[in-house]
Design a protein around this ligand. Structure first.
Ligand code: NDP
Ligand code: MG
Length: 386
């Protein structure tokens, strides 16, 4: 029996993970769930799955959640620090990190230090501090199993290839809702247009990241840390159908791909079952529904974020942490109509140029860089609003 803590159970990944667990009550149990602001959903999940611990991060919602669960044995905690309790709960032997943003860093570290295997959806944690997190995972003998579909694909292609040498990997990208558009068009796009992803239904932040290609940039950095690769070994290829989830090219020139319908329940299911596979009733891909799979170059000139992420990866140190924090601020501002689509990259680039670079950051340095960059990015956004 796998006892699973889900950090971010009220989100897109969190709710899909619960549906995977619900389908296999003989294999999986939920022992902790956490939410930020959706108290109603968190309470109904708690009543249904009966975990030992529920954490509501927004302190103002504690009384509401506590009262709704008062007639149960479930422990209720509030606040960001309580996330680390959910991550290191003694009953848990697996932690799914499905929080959005760098808020996932501290609880992920807490889970690793408590010896829990990680199902990692929260890519920002590896973008911010991938060196540190992977070093700790090694030190504590913890597996980090990717849930992000591209990285799950690479991970699956690498099973059985432990002794073999990877030449490079290709991360596939759908291209998002603005594939093929020029900068003139992008100047005036709205959040509602950006939120319409052609293939995936996801949380708002990652959907905007997909439209701006920052999601692929973050994924390139995520791949570097998960698979111990150099920047030149990671390529991005646009594949609008989202059927080939990513590919590995080995040193003999042979390539392996993992394919399937775009459904996040698949990589979640795989992360839970790893190293095995268990049967599912998910819809199967039919070649005749999609007989043409196409591939093209990513347009890094129009979508500058991909290039900024590669620059950060090559520079190393705290640069990817700067990119991530600036991106979280501009995406939130774009979702509030405070900044234009193209201006997001300008703010990120200014932060990369202005926030202090640290070549070998400690955890504290990462946390400080995250905080400083947010303040600086907010100032830049405010200037744009004026
Ligand atoms: P959602 O926005 O749908 O959900 C985010 C979850 O985190 C919610 O439970 C939310 O709580 C909680 N949360 C938000 N902010 C905080 C915070 N500051 N502290 C603690 N908890 C917080 O996001 P997704 O599920 O789409 O994405 C989650 C992660 O998975 C992201 O890192 C994303 O990049 C990654 N991912 C997602 C994919 C997808 O298909 N959705 C695909 C691949 C990767 P509440 O809802 O209660 O406010
Ligand atoms: Mg992905």
């Amino acid at each position: 029996m796998k006892n699973i803590s889900i950090l971010g159970s009220t989100g897109s990944i969190g709710t899909q993970a619960l549906s995977v667990i619900e389908a296999h009550p003989d294999l999986y149990r939920v022992c902790a769930i956490t939410g930020q602001s959706n108290a109603n959903l968190l309470v109904s999940q708690a009543l249904k799955f009966k975990p030992e611990l529920v954490v509501i991060c927004d302190l103002d919602l504690y009384n509401e959640v506590k009262a709704a669960l008062a007639h149960t044995e479930i422990k209720v905690l509030a606040g960001v620090d309580a996330l680390c309790e959910a991550a290191s709960l003694p009953q848990a032997n697996f932690v799914l990190t499905a929080i959005v943003g760098s808020a996932g860093l501290k609880p992920t570290i807490a889970a690793i230090k408590a010896g829990k295997d990680i199902g990692l959806a929260n890519k920002e944690t590896l973008v911010v501090a991938g060196d540190l997190v992977m070093r700790l995972a090694k030190e504590f003998g913890v597996k980090v199993i990717p849930v992000d579909s591209e990285h799950s694909a690479i991970f699956q292609c690498l099973v059985g290839e432990e002794l073999n040498s990877v030449e490079k990997i290709y991360l596939t990208a759908s291209g998002g809702p603005f594939r093929g558009k020029d900068r003139n068009f992008l100047q005036t796009v709205t959040k509602n247009e950006a939120l319409k992803h052609p293939n995936w239904v996801m949380g708002a932040k990652i959907t905007i990241d997909s439209a701006s290609l920052m999601n692929k940039g973050l994924e390139v950095i995520e791949a570097k840390w998960l698979f111990d690769l150099e920047a030149d070994q990671i390529d991005v290829i646009v594949h609008p159908q989202s059927i080939v989830h990513s590919l590995v090219q080995f040193n003999d020139g042979s390539m392996k791909a993992q394919m399937g319908l775009p459904d996040m329940k698949l990589p979640i299911h795989y992360a839970f079952a790893y190293p095995g596979r268990i049967s599912s009733n998910f819809k199967r891909f039919n070649f005749m529904d999609c007989p043409e799979l196409t591939f093209s170059q990513a347009d890094a000139k129009t979508f500058r974020n991909l290039d900024l992420a590669y620059q950060a990866l090559r520079k190393g140190g705290n640069m990817a942490c700067i990119v991530n924090a600036a991106n979280e601020v501009v995406v939130s501002a774009f979702l509030k109509d405070q900044i234009g689509f193209l201006e997001m990259s300008d703010v990120i680039e200014s932060c990369m140029n202005k926030v202090e670079f640290i070549a070998e950051p400690s955890l504290n340095n990462y946390l400080e860089t995250d905080a400083h960059t947010r303040i600086f990015a907010h100032q830049l956004v405010t200037k744009q609003v004026k």
